[in-house]
Design a binder for this molecule. Structure first.
Ligand code: 13P
Ligand code: SF4
Length: 350
């Protein structure tokens, strides 16, 4: 091993020796050194979502975080190139905020079941069905859908975004479960199209002046799989376990959990508390990343549920992205301008 690779290997081993096999660490340390050299040469920044596998997460990103934190970093960077180790809607958000920079997504297959659940045409017809009602879209949507909306949100600020709007009715797209969880937290009733809005006479869904969130039936293919039974089974074995659920889980699951928040909020929760065990109801790689950061804490994992999209991002593909300038994210300018308004409005709220 040359000196640089040895230093990288030792740095990764210090963090990951209990989480990643040694042979993998040696191989990935070499890749990391090559990626970091190319990153420097191309004046690139690498943004890594919290779901990235541990060796990648702890070696090549300049910044790691949840969708909101990474949107902020994308908005602030002065580098020429952004390599997004995440999924397509995240890379698109970076491009929306940085039209003159090159944005690369290392895999062409890094989609998202939520982003695929709704089209721009769907949003236009919802606006016809509920005229004058503001539209909030989760960042887990493609640029053309963001362009049809008034403001975006992430799981980290969805409640603040909804509370920032004065309207009694708000369209909240596309995650059925996130919408139900946010409705619960903001004291709103959740309805789904084609249910009409409460009429001024108090008929229809809810009553006069009732605050309503109009949802959509999109779901995250990962988080929808967690059940209350999973929680009951784990609690029977570990009565004092702290269970953390992402708000893309069903309301039954978030209600049965001890904490619900964005991936970034879950990381902070583990950092700041001292439970005998933790269980995260989210993509399993994040459990490994938290375990590496908190070796004294006992992390339980339910790894039968994985995000097939996040998992397409590898260090090999990230190296090839930098080597061959791929896969370039483009957003047509008319769509970008409208989407940017909705994203910037969200960033402004926090
Ligand atoms: P966060 O915004 O909490 O990082 O979530 C992104 C995501 O895709 C969760 O599945
Ligand atoms: Fe999309 Fe779910 Fe994967 Fe997140 S975990 S990227 S919401 S499919």
């Amino acid at each position: 091993m040359n000196q640089e690779i040895t230093v990288m290997y030792e740095k990764m081993r210090a963090r990951l020796e209990k989480v990643v096999p040694d042979v993998e660490l040696r191989y990935k340390a070499e890749l990391a050194v090559e990626i970091n050299a190319l990153k420097k040469e191309k004046n690139a920044v690498i943004l890594g979502h919290n779901y990235m596998e541990p060796a990648l997460y702890y070696s090549i990103p300049d910044f790691v975080g949840d969708s909101l934190e990474l949107s902020r970093k994308a908005a602030q960077t002065d580098k020429d190139m952004i390599v997004f180790c995440g999924v397509k809607f995240m890379a698109e958000t970076a491009k929306i905020l940085n039209p003159t920079k090159t944005v690369l997504l290392p895999s062409e297959r890094a989609g998202c079941s939520l982003a695929a659940s709704i089209t721009a045409e769907d949003v236009r017809s919802l606006r016809e069905q509920y005229p004058g009602v503001p539209v909030v879209t989760y960042v887990n949507t493609y640029a053309d859908v963001k362009a049809e909306s008034d403001i975006c949100c992430t799981s980290g600020n969805a409640v603040a975004v909804v509370n920032s709007l004065e309207s009694d009715a708000i369209i909240f797209l596309p995650d059925e479960y996130l919408a139900s969880n946010v409705a619960h937290e903001t004291g709103r009733q959740i309805i789904f199209p084609p249910t009409p809005l409460p009429s001024p006479s108090g008929r229809g869904a809810g009553g006069e002046g009732e605050k309503v969130l109009i949802g959509w039936r999109g779901r995250c293919e990962v988080h929808e799989k967690f059940t209350v039974q999973d929680i009951t089974t784990v609690r029977a074995q570990f009565p004092e376990v702290a269970i953390l659920a992402h708000p893309e889980c069903s309301p039954e699951v978030t209600n049965a959990s001890d904490f619900s928040g964005s991936t970034g909020a879950m990381i902070k929760y583990v950092r700041q508390t001292a439970a005998p065990q933790y269980l995260l109801l989210t993509e399993c790689a994040m459990g490994d990343n938290i375990a590496a950061e908190n070796p004294e804490k006992d992390m339980l994992r339910l790894c039968m549920v994985r995000c097939p999209h996040m998992n397409t991002i590898t260090m090999e593909d990230t190296l090839n992205a930098l080597k061959y300038n791929r896969y370039v994210i483009e957003v047509p300018e008319d769509i970008r301008l409208r989407a940017e308004r909705a994203v910037q409005r969200m960033i402004g709220i926090g």
